[in-house]
Design a protein around this ligand. Structure first.
Ligand SMILES: [Zn+2]
Ligand SMILES: [Zn+2]
Length: 264
């Protein structure tokens, strides 16, 4: 982590409407210039000027100078977005700083991991897609969703997208990569004598990101079932565990995976 500039300094650079407009303009100009297979376009000064409502070129020049190094990169051809620029501008364009739209409660397929009843109901709660059991009244899962994820989908497609993202995240976590920031995760297996899950063993895999401080928990059984050796073992005996995971029990399976994280 670079300590040269404080986070406040970095965000203060954006406390100006013209600069936010410039980042947006770079993304729009890139989008217009890019062709399939051409790689990231580098809009020239004049192309950015065409997309920004700014008094004159010297004003634009000044603001571009302020953003360059943190949010933008400058080359002989033009400007492109840095990692921070990419993250911020996609966040702004997608409107992901808004509240996600309301959703549910809506009945979903699956079996409750706590009581075994088929009584699951999905809804949005703050930034989480939640599945609760109406029989034992426990929260079965809470997966973060983005406002754009909800806004661009109907409810069926939203459920699918939550499953997809969960599966992708789980795959990265198993391989030691933090889905949030990309840093290396450190994993540990801890014993939890009071496991609330009747069918799970009393061990939890806890993966911690020392960089962004995100923590991911999963019952050991669920962590090892998708290990390539386990997939192959089951495959040889006529069982496709990956397909099973995507079937009826998918929701409950994932539920146990993140329940402790999201309940905080
Ligand atoms: Zn239940
Ligand atoms: Zn992280």
């Amino acid at each position: 982590m670079s300590e040269d500039r404080s986070a406040t300094d970095i965000f203060r650079l954006l406390a100006d409407e013209t600069r936010v407009d410039i980042l947006r303009a770079v993304a729009v100009a890139q989008y217009e210039l890019e062709q399939v297979g051409s790689g990231a376009a580098e809009p020239a000064f004049s192309e950015i000027y065409d997309h920004v409502d700014v008094e004159n070129t010297s004003k634009l020049s000044y603001h571009l100078g302020e953003l360059t190094g943190t949010y933008l990169r400058k080359s002989d051809d033009g400007y492109s977005l840095s990692h921070a620029g990419e993250r911020i501008v996609r966040f702004i364009l997608s409107g992901n700083y808004e509240q996600p739209e309301a959703f549910g409660p809506k009945p979903v397929d699956g079996v409750c991991v706590f009581c075994g009843e088929e009584a699951l109901e999905a809804k949005r709660s703050h930034q989480f897609f939640r599945i609760d059991c109406t029989s034992c009244e426990q929260q079965v899962t809470g997966q973060p969703i983005t406002p754009a994820q909800g806004r661009t989908r109907d409810s069926e497609s939203l459920v699918q997208s939550v499953k997809l993202r969960s599966a992708e995240d789980a795959r990265q976590i198993r391989r030691g990569m933090c889905p949030e920031c990309g840093a290396q995760l450190s994993a540990d297996v801890i014993a939890v004598p009071e496991s609330p899950l009747p069918d799970a063993d009393p061990f939890v895999v806890t993966s911690t990101c020392e960089e962004c401080l995100r923590e991911y928990n999963s019952p050991l059984t669920y962590s090892v079932v998708f290990h390539p050796a386990s997939i192959a073992f089951h495959w040889d005996r006529g069982i496709d565990v990956t397909a099973r995971a995507l079937g009826v029990s998918r929701a409950s399976l994932r539920g146990a995976l993140d329940v402790s994280t999201d309940l905080g």
